[in-house]
Design a protein around this ligand. Sequence first.
Ligand SMILES: NC(=O)c1ccc[n+]([C@@H]2O[C@H](COP(=O)([O-])OP(=O)(O)OC[C@H]3O[C@@H](n4cnc5c(N)ncnc54)[C@H](OP(=O)(O)O)[C@@H]3O)[C@@H](O)[C@H]2O)c1
Length: 267
Amino acid sequence: MKTPVIPTPVDGLCWLTGASSGIGEALLADLVKEGWRVVISARSEDKLDALARRHPGKVFAYPVDISDDRAVATTVAQIEFDHGPIVRAILNAGVYISIEAEHPRFEDYAKTFDVNLKGAAACVCALTPRFCERGKGQLVIVSSATAFGGMPTATAYGATKAGLLNMAEGLAIELYRYGVKVQCVTPGFVDTPAQDDNAFPKPFMVSAETAAKRICKGMNRTGFEITFPKRFTWILKLIYALPRDWHIALVRKQTGWDKPPEEKKPA
Ligand SMILES: NC(=O)c1ccc[n+]([C@@H]2O[C@H](COP(=O)([O-])OP(=O)(O)OC[C@H]3O[C@@H](n4cnc5c(N)ncnc54)[C@H](OP(=O)(O)O)[C@@H]3O)[C@@H](O)[C@H]2O)c1
């Protein structure tokens, strides 16, 4: 049986999804500084091309919509044909859509599930057979602290992020014996364009650059979970460790959803 080893830039390529903005864009800068050759994906071809032009010979743009599983499979095959094996994959692409239960739209749920959950599944299907065959690889799945328990207006987003944490745990159990390292990132609030649609207060929010540094540090260590800022995510973990009726009541009160609808407006 093989024990997973954290790959280094000499072992091969890093594939980063959701690289065109926010956490992904900040991560790219740090990965390049660490010496990685990075293949970047998102839908915005021009943004990816501009990023690749900044790092000639080190960063390569492969636009793809991750909710299209066939396109993802073809893209991964093409990347490896063009540049050699992917040894670290960071599944970071995701969308946040706020949904209020008074007037939910099915298409908002469907889009969130398609990108965040089905998109990650498409990437996993394209990658893990390759990692298993080579007995090497690192798969990093970006979830969120909303994975720990339910939050108002995040009923689609939170469901996908809880699903991703569960998916990553299962993969970590299965892939260990192939020498493949699986990790999951569970950040609190990060100041990126994804937060523009979030009317909630955002305690302990960190910059995308700080988030990228925490993720890079975590990826070079062996721990399964990369969580930050810990003063926020550990409080959430404690709250969600309470009996469910207690934590539901506590979160309802803390977020103001204990008030009558006419008084309650998201802060
Ligand atoms: N910001 C936070 O507070 C926070 C907290 C916890 C976890 N996260 C997670 O961190 C990750 C990055 O989020 P962010 O805050 O950096 O958001 P962001 O700035 O909006 O970036 C999202 C990235 O995902 C890409 N993307 C969206 N839909 C896609 C699709 N269908 N196919 C391929 N790429 C797609 C976007 O590029 P295109 O639009 O060009 O496709 C963009 O590069 C997400 O998974 C998010 O859930 C964020």
